[in-house]
Design a protein around this ligand. Structure first.
Ligand code: PGA
Length: 249
């Protein structure tokens, strides 16, 4: 695992955007893995600017998001489809029908999870995947005690996750209790993985991911076994680490 540090999150967002641009310029037909949340917003803003400046194009790429809330249709402002539309899809030049998320309002959710898993696997594998991390160490909605071989599945959200995400809703009770999450197995098959973590509330999860044992109680710790994973941490997220644990960007 590479661990890169910068005091300010924007430096890390710029780095992650540049890795995506490099990948797309090398292979315009890349399969991209995408995340929602506060963490990738600035990276997506950079990708929007760089698309408008003609430095990169998404016109031949396809994307797969990590997850979607159960019960929220794509036009619900708190849905992940809506988030992606606002922060990335409307800002870059993906062709219609080339950006995929699980359908959180499918009649048969288990079948939808399986369909999504198969669809990604039919692509081969993702070329590059951006991840955030939960304060509990989750990636996607693979919550603590996940089975590392998990396929894409209907996940019950941890109470800590619902609390963390309640800022996007009027009240805690409005936060969905379930989501469809890309499985650990598909995540680990991505050729390149970038995980960004900003702020002190991620410090323990980052410490456990980098320094701890590989343990299903900290789902991100499996990234220690990935051949091309990079962890990007700001001052807050690095606050429990020592200088020797990371390289400054
Ligand atoms: P955040 O969420 O980017 O909003 O902090 C990350 C996550 O829960 O994976």
């Amino acid at each position: 695992m590479n661990v890169f540090y910068a005091k300010h999150p924007d430096v890390l967002s710029r780095y992650a955007a540049d890795r995506f641009i490099e990948q797309l310029n090398k292979n315009p037909k890349s399969i991209l893995g995408l995340a929602t949340g506060s963490t990738p917003k600035k990276m997506y803003a950079y990708l929007g600017e760089d698309t408008r400046a003609g430095k990169v194009s998404f016109s031949q790429a396809r994307s797969y998001n990590l997850d979607e809330y159960v019960g929220l249709p794509g036009d619900h402002p708190a849905s992940y489809r809506y988030f992606m539309q606002e922060h990335l899809f409307s800002q870059v030049d993906f062709r219609e029908g080339t950006t995929f998320l699980p359908n959180g309002v499918a009649q048969d959710l288990e079948r939808e999870a399986l369909r999504y898993d198969n669809k990604i696997r039919e692509e081969g594998e993702m070329d590059i995947l951006i991840l955030g991390i939960g304060s509990n160490g989750h990636i996607g909605f693979n919550e603590p005690n996940i089975f590392f071989e998990a396929m894409t599945h209907v996940a019950e959200l941890d109470e800590s996750t619902r609390k963390d995400n309640s800022r996007f809703f009027d009240k805690l009770e409005d936060v969905p209790t379930h989501a469809i999450s890309m499985g650990m197995r598909v995540i680990m098959q991505s050729k390149i993985i970038l995980l960004m973590a900003f702020g002190e509330n991620k410090a323990q999860a980052i410490y456990d991911t980098i320094k701890g044992k590989i343990d299903p109680r900290v789902p991100a710790s499996i990234l220690q076994l990935h051949p091309n994973a990079t962890i990007l941490i700001d001052e807050g997220a690095a606050s429990l680490l020592e200088e020797a644990d990371y390289v400054r960007l």
